[in-house]
Design a protein around this ligand. Structure first.
Ligand code: 6PG
Length: 240
């Protein structure tokens, strides 16, 4: 895994603040439309809350940013398990985000397979082509988490979605919970990617990913652009 920057922050608050700064600087530097693929789970919630507060609320170029999800739990967006709900409550509902620039993964009125196809179509429409060109990335920033089993997005160990190189989105399963996930080629079509990893529970798995353990889906993530790993002391195994 080619890591460009590896930053260890004191605690989850410092981590959220650092990544909010990083995203704001990148979005401000790009004078045109900016596309972000959001991570779900619990780790990024504090980042989203931080972006929706001063000083970032006033500095982040909300009018130019489009929001996508790297994966979603196949539950209604009103469900407590929904990544869309988590992100909305933490950030989107508190910031001047044009509704047309919010692109949730559909989870109602469609089957999981249809949801993956519909979202793939939406991504291709946004990208403006059905196939990637090496010189142009789909996303400006892709945010990713790391599961204790080494998964990222909803790319789980042993999942058929790991082998997917053609389809842009796929159906996955986590302990009986249906998920929709973007596939490696889509998540890797980015200018900047960042893993956000927090807490002692992630220490061992993070060390294995850093060594490139081939059994772990996160080890196989090869972004077109640069890769940043933002961790806190606990996850990095640093003494306070
Ligand atoms: C999800 C995520 C998933 C998450 C990891 C880490 O929908 O759950 O996209 O990949 O990032 O499971 O989750 P935590 O941040 O809750 O530890």
């Amino acid at each position: 895994m080619t890591v460009i920057t590896d930053e260890v922050l004191r605690d989850p608050t410092a981590l959220a603040h650092r990544v909010a700064r990083w995203m704001t600087d990148l979005a401000q530097a790009k004078q045109s439309m900016f596309a972000v693929a959001l991570s779900g789970g619990s780790t990024p919630r504090l980042l989203y809350q931080t972006l929706a507060k001063a000083p970032f609320l006033g500095a982040f170029p909300w009018q130019r940013v489009h929001w996508f999800w790297g994966d979603e739990r196949f539950v209604p967006h009103s469900d407590p398990e929904s990544n869309f709900r988590m992100t909305s409550e933490a950030m989107l509902a508190h910031a001047p985000v044009p509704l047309a620039q919010i692109h949730p993964i559909p989870t109602v009125g469609v089957t999981p397979e249809e949801s993956a196809q519909v979202y793939a179509r939406e991504l291709k429409t946004f990208y403006g082509a059905d196939r990637f060109t090496p010189t142009r990335s789909l996303f400006d920033v892709v945010l990713l988490g790391l599961g204790e089993d080494g998964h990222t997005a909803s790319l789980f160990p042993g999942s058929p979605a790991l082998e997917e190189r053609e389809r842009w989105a796929a159906v996955a399963d986590k302990d009986g919970q249906t998920r929709i996930t973007l596939t490696y080629p889509v998540l890797e079509s980015c200018t900047h990617a960042a893993f956000l990893v927090s807490g002692a529970a992630k220490r061992d798995i993070l060390a294995r990913v850093r060594k490139g353990d081939p059994a772990l889906p996160a080890s196989h993530f090869r972004p077109k652009g640069d890769l940043h790993v933002f961790t806190d002391f606990e996850a990095a195994g640093c003494a306070g």
